[in-house]
Design a protein around this ligand. Structure first.
Ligand SMILES: Nc1ncnc2c1ncn2[C@@H]1O[C@H](COP(=O)(O)OP(=O)(O)OP(=O)(O)O)[C@@H](O)[C@H]1O
Ligand SMILES: [Mg+2]
Length: 336
């Protein structure tokens, strides 16, 4: 209401019951033109349920929806797409055996594309994808391309069919860093065109890389909407969890005295994870805990050697900063 520009999408008081549970209670969400709006919350907070209520996949039990100031009430995902709301999910929702061009135009090929004009369809598909920075052979089957490229094609299809709002429900969950960058480059182009997007992810670094604002859900309720430019990741985590997240090292039974098996000192990789230090003693089980995206898998990959760590500061190039031990030492542990 206080937004100076009219929101592209305005949801008010969205409520959804499941048998025995309130999945969403009085949820408001507002999207400005050209913004990427993160929808955050712990597992089960209600993010996907809200998306399904916005796209007509679920019938809502309360609340209203406005698109460009006009009340809408899509009864199906097809209807919401026609109205202007397109959705892309973690699993690419296209047909792998059809060509890229066929996937782009599936279900909306004008008649002139019947048997005669496959060449024309290919040319139009290539033109559309070029607008997203993707220069590929659109006559190849979709399955010939990496998942990230398929995801960009899914985004292009959703935007071409809807064009006002793009909803992205964990589209980057199975992508690696470079692939995420490809998807982000497309989201940035759409932002420039004024499209409003909702971006659901568990990766906070991605939220800060691409989003303008974030709305946080907890137990089906909105606990806050924040401009990300003025927020710190820990404030957002605090909102998500409802309590301050301390960096803690818990020691249940003394590692003191056990033989030191390995000492990890400043093991890290630029652009991937900050340096981690810890000591591992005989007979110990050390838990690595953190939210998704906190760096648990990356730490394990570095420890195992599956990913090459940066050389320790001051060390000779290629010098490993994790080493095995037989000597005794103190048992303080740190976590990254
Ligand atoms: N079809 C359903 N029937 C009953 N309860 C459901 C159904 N779908 C979701 N729920 C419940 O509603 C709540 C919200 O679930 P939702 O899937 O929206 O969470 P989410 O924020 O998307 O979580 P995640 O991060 O794990 O994807 C959860 O308590 C979930 O168990
Ligand atoms: Mg979900």
């Amino acid at each position: 209401m206080t937004d100076e520009v009219r929101p592209v999408l305005q949801a008010r008081g969205i409520t959804k019951f499941f048998p025995g549970a309130i999945a969403l209670a009085d949820v408001d969400l507002s999207l400005r033109p050209g913004e990427v709006h993160a929808l955050l919350g712990e597992n089960g907070a209600g993010k996907s349920t809200l998306i399904k209520c916005l796209t007509g996949a679920y019938a809502r039990d309360g609340g209203t929806l406005e698109l460009d100031g006009a009340e809408v009430s899509p009864g199906s995902t097809e209807e919401s797409q026609r109205l202007g709301i397109g959705t892309v999910y973690q699993e690419v929702n296209l047909l792998p055996n059809l060509t890229v061009a066929e996937n782009l135009f599936l279900g909306r090929q004008p008649l002139r594309w019947g048997l005669v004009s496959r060449r024309r369809m290919a040319a139009e598909a290539a033109g559309v994808l070029a607008g997203y920075g993707l220069h590929i052979d659109v006559r190849e089957p979709l399955s010939h391309y990496p998942v990230a490229v398929q995801q960009v094609i899914a985004i292009a299809r959703a935007v071409e069919m809807s064009g006002r709002v793009l909803i992205l429900d964990e589209p980057t969950a199975s992508l690696d860093r470079d692939e995420v960058e490809l998807v982000f480059s497309v989201i940035r182009k759409l932002k420039e065109r004024g499209l409003a997007s909702v971006f659901i992810t568990h990766f906070l670094d991605q939220v800060f890389a691409i989003c303008d604002r974030a709305t946080v859900l907890r137990n089906g309720r909105v606990v806050g909407t924040r401009e990300l430019a003025g927020s710190a990741p820990r404030d957002i985590v605090h909102l998500m969890l409802g309590r301050q997240l301390e960096s803690e090292v818990h020691e249940r039974h003394g590692g003191q005295g056990g033989t030191l098996l390995a000492e990890i000192d400043g093991l890290g990789r630029r652009g991937m994870i900050e340096p981690v230090s810890m000591q591992i003693r005989e007979g110990e089980v050390i838990g690595l805990a953190g939210l998704l995206g906190a760096g648990r898998t990356e730490t394990a990959s570095l420890l195992f050697g599956a990913v090459q760590a940066d050389p320790a500061p001051g060390a000779a190039p290629g010098c490993a900063s994790a080493r095995s031990h037989g000597r005794r030492g103190d048992s303080r542990r740190g976590s990254g």
